[in-house]
Write a new protein. Sequence first.
Length: 154
Amino acid sequence: MGCAQLMIALLQRVSRASVTVENRVTGEIGPGLTILLGVHQDDSEVDCNFLVEKTATLRIFNDNNGRMNRSIIDTGGSALVVSQFTLVADWRKGRRPSYTHAAAPEKAERLYERFSDGLRASDVQVENGVFGAPMAVSLVNDGPVTFVLDSRGK
């Protein structure tokens, strides 16, 4: 019986973050979320839409009393979304992770763009990496606060 691995979003609450491709900054944000997004071969727009809504409304930012009670929408924060196919790797057998369950590049890019556009439609300012390119991601994790979301929760 196999494990149902679907779309994964690793959210890191940050005070600032940037992504660089070939010595050029392609995305940079202040307070908000760095989101590493892994797309599985079985993912659909339903999976993507679920994670967009959950990401946009998850109350993981502090209110005036220091309690995590505000969403990225509530705070006016930004999101830096970076494609990360290694999140859907199968590492259970042997010593080399398998990426056979990662979505084909065309599908992964389409859902990655849909995820970013969905956040924008939720009034979140979004910056991106460059899909498929080697990237250097820099961030200052605020908290640290990190969550791993997946579309199995839908």
